[in-house]
Design a binder for this molecule. Structure first.
Ligand SMILES: [Zn+2]
Length: 333
């Protein structure tokens, strides 16, 4: 009896709190997107660099920052991080320098973006203005912006991800690209369990870098996220496979497909639920090899922290996408 009462109380507390906290979170997310958009469009109006490049840079840096422990957490709404010494100048010995004149004189990139007389590394307006001014010196066409980005990051992958992000923001015309979808329809007959890190049954000594979703041959495979299709074609192990990089700079690898959706091509922008192929059993041999194992979708996820990329267990994400699809299905009824 006592136990039941506690359960009831817990349920009551959960129910009475959940809607409010959800609402608060949604509003604060909307406000954050709005503040970011204001900063990007303001920079576009002064530099003529399209807003979606600032959004692309900011989002790439946010993803890097969140994957690293050696970079402080962001204080404002922007994710852009500039190393202090780069900000104040390599010759500058005053590590707390905020004077725009001495910073510029000593080769620092830090600028005063809001006219308060200080170039502050922790001020969103100063940070975005600094990046904008840096890029503007290279020019404002697509090619020039890419050259500027290359000089800024000195890492081709960083440039690629920023440009992909920018294309996505331009395409959708908004900042909120956080939706999801489970890779196979819930009504299909499928099963999966957590197998990340297991020894691989086929093909080599590496651990199993993914979750296998077993389903019938030809069951539709959909994109789970907003992203750009980076890779599509045959791989000796993965068979017909697809690689998608999402807006959070996470790489999704889908393998052993029966084939690809009609018209799908590398560089294409995808969104949650979009058909990309079918469950198959391709792989482990030259192009066309199939049937060496039962049909399943191999789902792998990789994180990039600006320096290197590593595999992580997709199982918890798959569970959460599955749950969210179930909720969507119920609310539709
Ligand atoms: Zn697998």
């Amino acid at each position: 009896m006592k136990k039941a009462l506690i359960c009831f109380l817990l349920l009551f507390i959960t129910l009475s709190q959940a809607p409010e906290s959800y609402a608060t979170k949604t509003t604060s997310n909307e406000q954050t997107y709005q503040k970011r958009m204001e900063l990007y469009t303001h920079m576009e109006s002064i530099t003529h660099i399209p807003w979606y490049y600032f959004a692309g840079i900011d989002q790439y840096e946010r993803s890097v920052r969140r994957a690293r422990r050696d970079i402080p957490k962001e204080l404002g709404v922007l994710g852009i991080y500039i190393e202090p010494q780069r900000w104040i100048g390599s010759l500058n010995k005053d590590t707390s320098d905020t004077n725009p004149l001495t910073i510029e004189l000593l080769g620092g990139i830090g600028r005063d973006g809001n006219g308060d007389g200080k170039a502050l590394l922790t001020d969103d307006e100063d940070v975005i203005y600094t990046v904008a001014e840096y890029l503007q010196t290279y020019g404002v066409t697509k090619e020039h912006i890419e050259i500027g980005l290359w000089n800024y990051y000195q890492r081709s992958k960083a440039v690629d991800v920023v440009v992909e992000n920018a294309r996505m923001y331009q395409h959708f015309g908004r900042l909120d690209l956080e939706g999801s979808s489970f890779p196979v329809p819930l009504r299909s007959n499928y099963s999966y369990r957590s197998t990340w890190g297991d020894a691989r049954g086929w093909g080599g000594r590496r651990i199993h870098e993914g979750t296998d979703i077993f389903a019938d041959y030809g069951v539709p495979v959909r994109s789970t996220c907003y992203g750009v299709l980076e890779i599509m074609g045959w791989n000796k192990y993965g068979g017909w496979r697809i690689g998608i990089r999402d807006i959070n700079n996470t790489y999704h690898y889908l393998a052993h497909l029966s084939g690809f959706a009609k018209g799908l091509k590398v560089g294409q922008i995808v969104e949650p639920g979009m058909l990309i192929g079918g469950v198959g059993s391709s792989g482990y041999g030259p192009p066309g090899t199939a049937g060496k194992f039962p049909p399943h979708l191999h789902y792998g996820m990789y994180k990039d922290n600006g320096l290197n990329e590593w595999s992580f267990d997709p199982y918890p994400r798959l569970r959460s996408w599955e749950r969210q699809d179930r909720v969507k299905r119920q609310t539709k009824k």
